[in-house]
Design a protein around this ligand. Sequence first.
Ligand SMILES: *Cc1c(COP(=O)(O)O)cnc(C)c1O
Length: 499
Amino acid sequence: MTHPAAPPNPDALDTPSLDPEDWGALRDLGRRMVDDMVEWMSTQRERPLHNPVPAEVAAGFEAPLPRTGEGAEEVYGAFRREVLPYPHGNTHPRFWGWVVGSGTPMGMLADMLAAGMNSNSGFGDQAVVHVERQVLRWLREAVGFPLEGGGILTSGCSVANLSGLTVARNHRAGRDVRNRGVASGSGALRVYGSSETHSSVHRACEILGIGRESLREVPVDDGHRISIAALRERIARDRAEGDVPFALVANAGTVNIGAFDDLEAMADVAEAEGLWLHVDGAFGALVALSQDLRAMVRGLERADSVAFDLHKWLHVPYDAGCVLFRDKGLQTETFRMSGAYLQKFESRLATGPDNLMDMGLQMSRGFRALKAWMMMRHYGFDRLAEGIERNVEQARYLAAKIDATPHLERMAEVPLNIVNFRYRPDTWDSDDPGLDELNRNLLASLHQSGVAAPSYTTLDGHFVLRVAITNHRSRTEDFDTLIDWLVEEAPRHTVTAIR
Ligand SMILES: *Cc1c(COP(=O)(O)O)cnc(C)c1O
């Protein structure tokens, strides 16, 4: 058997590598980058929270494919002029929109080290695999999961939820999903979560091939917690119709108000019904770090899988999330790869403590664990917990302040770190349809001012301003600044809205 191959072209052999000719100049530039970024990070409070991307800057990003390169200085100059001045604002002390973490200087430096090593952490005898295993073990300990369980770092909680539900589906669907697919058994697969479940779970159901209607949205009680009676009832009804329930998704910290489902009760239902219990604890699961708050996640340790973010309330720089599994064996049974080029081979390079590529959705994967590991060691879990507790106290402070301020109306209870409210002048009825527009305009002005950034949601049909505090840079005075701005500016909006 012959294997024909083209002869080499001598001109294309040994052209220059991508390393610099002048390492000294690169070193100088790198030092300047570190200086500049430390300066930028340490002066955020002095800058407006957000500057919109100017049209001419945006137009610059339409430039054609660069065939020839530019100097490192030029490219760095472009970053300084065209990228750095226009962030979303989430590292600022008064950014409280959506649920977004604020990053750390140690995380920034660690990311540079990780990029320098350029490790593919998918497998092999390399310390990076040990680093990720250790991070996962610490996280299992922190949230009270079995130390010998499984887990994997992911890009965020969306992929963590998808990963958890993938294992749930493969092991509780009553059919051979890996080989024969979801349609190979009889009965439609069903997942149960409350009506407050995050939309990443809906998307996970779409990707899993079971469709978003498979996610049964169970009503919540007054506290935005899943109604356990309604949950049992829905499962019974579905079973009676021949459907196949396989998983429950419990919320530990709902995205709207930060409510916690009763995890013990959910675990009881899961046990009685033979269902997988997955917890979406994107930010809320981390209250397990705090002595004072831990009771909110009682029962978490009974879950089969829990997903949460490191880039939100642990402030690991984007992106970083994780999913933990009670049973590591089920995790690898779900994700194990099969190529001949990936089989076990007993050499130093091919072995290692864990094949991380067999434990999640990615094969090649970066060294996401380093920034988490260095931050965990540097700050320690007590200090990380303190940051969480401080934010919860700040939410209580803000709620009290809103309650004491005329014309500001709180729109939900504050179980954790999220405060929902709106502006309602005395003369406006609470169902006045104009209130939504008034509050939209008010929030748009606030964003435009660069003073502070709450986001928004809809509660009971009303548009509300939503302050979600996952920010280690916020101080009490920052919430005073928000209230002062509203007291000063909101009345002007009344006039515009009436007109
Ligand atoms: C943010 C969030 C998610 C999605 O996490 P990403 O890291 O953005 O992918 C899922 N669930 C809840 C409750 C969230 O707050």
